[in-house]
Design a protein around this ligand. Structure first.
Ligand code: FES
Length: 302
């Protein structure tokens, strides 16, 4: 995919060591957003939630990555699938709800039904489809490690591709046993890039501002912030160039539930500082990171 001119100009400025003067299109243009989906958003890994969200067979939730949608569903305790949320008939969603519990997936458009492992079971109005075993929603590479549900949105096939290694660094080893104390979604009318920079510069916001010992980034759009008493999974969900949602999942340390922060400052920060965050200049470090993801491989290596 050809990169938009404003992205190429940015790369040029970086490579010449010039001052960075980003074109507004970098934050507003759909063609930039579309290139970011391909070059950044779908790259591994993405931590989408804590495994306790799928506590019972049939539990599911949706994880959107830009315009793409994934359904994470529990068929049984050891059979958890990350399915492409697109009907095999004409591409409509087989899961519209954000989350729930079900024993099958259903496309409302022409009423095709799927089993929880993605097999087509009832292709309504298509009696000619005899061999249904050939029809299956593609599955993404995924794994559950330290209680985190991790997906690789770049690897999808009828049989789930093997999940490669993921470096979980300082994420607490007991995260899988922890209980979620709060799960919140915030909406921001801010491009994902300044929001990402702001959150990584001030991760203590997820703990109410008290401090943050370390942050482990998982791909471009998710990270785990770790403090003494608690950890928090933060996932950015870019919807449009000027709109980003944030999921924050709080995971207090065992026995420290009462000492964990009872609030975060994110809603307040977005309400009071949203415009300032959107207008804040991005650092050269950020742009270097961004260009390393967006650049054609040969240029990124220069
Ligand atoms: S698009 Fe799903 S049944 Fe037609």
């Amino acid at each position: 995919m050809e990169l938009p001119d404003c992205v190429l100009e940015l790369g040029d400025q970086l490579q010449k060591g010039d001052a960075i003067a980003p074109d507004p299109d970098l934050f507003e243009a759909y063609e930039v957003f579309s290139a970011e989906v391909s070059n950044i958003f779908v790259k591994p890994w993405l931590a989408v939630d804590h495994a306790s969200r799928l506590a019972v067979d049939g539990d599911y939730f949706r994880a959107d990555v830009g315009p793409r949608s994934v359904v994470i569903v529990r068929e049984s305790e050891d059979q958890i699938h990350a399915l492409r949320n697109a009907c095999l008939h004409a591409g409509y969603r087989v899961c519209e709800e954000e989350s729930g519990r079900t024993n099958r997936l259903f496309c409302q458009y022409h009423a095709w039904y799927y089993a929880l492992d993605g097999r087509l079971t009832e292709p309504n109005l298509r009696p000619d489809i005899k061999d249904r075993s050939r029809y299956r929603l593609p599955r993404y590479a995924m794994k559950i490690d330290r209680g985190l549900i991790l997906i690789d949105p770049s690897a999808v096939a009828p049989e789930p591709p093997p999940a490669g290694p993921v470096d979980l660094g300082a994420i607490p080893a007991d995260l899988g046993e922890r209980k979620v104390s709060r799960r919140q979604r915030h909406k921001a009318t801010v491009n994902w890039k300044p929001l990402r920079q702001h959150l990584l510069n001030a991760p203590e916001l997820v703990f109410g501002g008290g401090g943050c010992e370390t942050v482990v980034e998982l791909g471009a759009l998710s990270f785990v912030a770790v403090n003494d008493d608690e950890a928090a999974l933060v996932r950015m969900i870019p919807r449009y160039p000027g709109q980003t949602e944030l999921d924050v999942v709080h995971l207090p340390a065992p026995g420290r539930e009462g000492q964990a922060s009872s609030t975060d400052n994110i809603a307040e920060m977005l309400r009071e500082e949203g415009d300032d965050i959107a207008d804040a200049p991005l650092s050269r470090d950020f742009y270097d990171w961004y260009w390393s993801k967006m650049a054609p491989p040969a240029e990124a290596a220069d």
